[in-house]
Design a protein around this ligand. Structure first.
Ligand SMILES: Nc1ncnc2c1ncn2[C@@H]1O[C@H](COP(=O)(O)OP(=O)(O)O)[C@@H](O)[C@H]1O
Ligand SMILES: [Mg+2]
Length: 269
């Protein structure tokens, strides 16, 4: 997994986009929990809600009362350092979108402006949550990596394979994340997926009640219960990502492993 041309290891920040052509596959859930897991591993992380029609990152984190977001930045009304809020319990930086009935579409130029601003920021990692559908060249040329989220049903999986090909043709490193896996007979099995998917499979995430519980309580699963199956898979995904991307070990690591057990300390950053 290499960075896009021009970017070298250690150059900040590493931009991960969470993608899917279908709605409801779990993009926001994964964007939020991946960001929290990366943060708890000690990295400085910015989570950007780039879903302009259905912003929901704020709802997952109890930051739903934000009045400014990506839109303010794109309209030149604010700067990243003013609109990025801090999620108190973790220190995660978050750019929300105000929740309103007025959806906005981002032009290619606005996408370019958004990514240029993000690229100049000082975070180790930026995670971008997105909406399903169209994305221009400004997106593919500016991200380092994308996770494609699918559910184990044929329409969702086929759509994810097409999207994987789309990104691969544009030389964007990408990998599949299967979410909401219940291992039922009617699902596409993991064996079938391994046999048919030519790209990387980054994670297989179970259907788990902790997800709706965490959304209702506004405490991400990775914070609510680190020993839960879903949370563990998210931490493993976060660990694999930073290792493969060669992102230097975080300076303010709050994560230590003791006799195979995960522990978290106080975050100083
Ligand atoms: N692994 C999971 N287990 C149980 N429910 C899940 C899981 N992942 C997502 N969900 C549920 O699916 C719904 C859609 O998830 P969301 O992250 O909003 O998808 P998207 O951002 O792709 O539209 C949410 O109501 C969430 O509770
Ligand atoms: Mg979403």
């Amino acid at each position: 997994m290499a960075r896009n041309s021009g970017a070298g290891i250690g150059q900040k920040p590493y931009i991960i986009r969470i993608s899917a052509q279908k709605g409801g596959t779990g993009k926001t859930t994964i964007a939020v929990n991946l960001s929290v897991a990366l943060r708890l591993l000690g990295y400085s992380v910015l989570l950007v809600d780039a879903d302009s029609s259905n912003p929901s990152v704020g709802l997952h984190l109890g930051l739903e009362n934000s009045t400014e977001g990506l839109i303010s930045l794109l309209k030149g009304k604010s700067r990243l350092e003013y609109i990025a809020m801090t999620h108190g319990p973790t220190g995660l930086a978050v750019v929300c979108n105000p929740i309103s009935t007025r959806a906005f579409g981002m032009s290619e130029h606005e996408e370019e402006v958004a990514y240029n601003t993000i690229k100049k920021s000082n975070y180790d990692i930026v995670v971008v949550d997105t909406q399903p559908g169209y994305f221009p060249e400004a997106v593919t040329s500016n991200i380092d990596y994308t996770l494609i989220v699918a559910n184990p049903d044929m329409p969702s999986y086929m759509s994810a394979l097409r999207l994987g090909e789309y990104f691969s043709r544009r030389k964007v490193p990408n990998a599949l994340v299967m979410n909401r896996v219940k291992n039922k007979r009617y699902e596409i099995s993991i064996r079938e997926i391994r046999e048919t998917c030519e790209g990387d499979i980054a994670a297989i995430l179970p259907e788990d009640e902790i997800v709706p519980v965490s959304i209702a309580s506004k405490i991400p699963a990775c914070l609510l219960n680190q020993n839960n199956r879903f949370s563990k898979e998210m931490f493993d995904l976060a660990g694999k990502l930073v290792e493969k991307a060669g992102i230097p070990v975080a300076g303010d690591a709050v994560y230590v492993s003791k006799k195979g057990k995960r522990r978290f300390g106080i975050i100083s950053k």
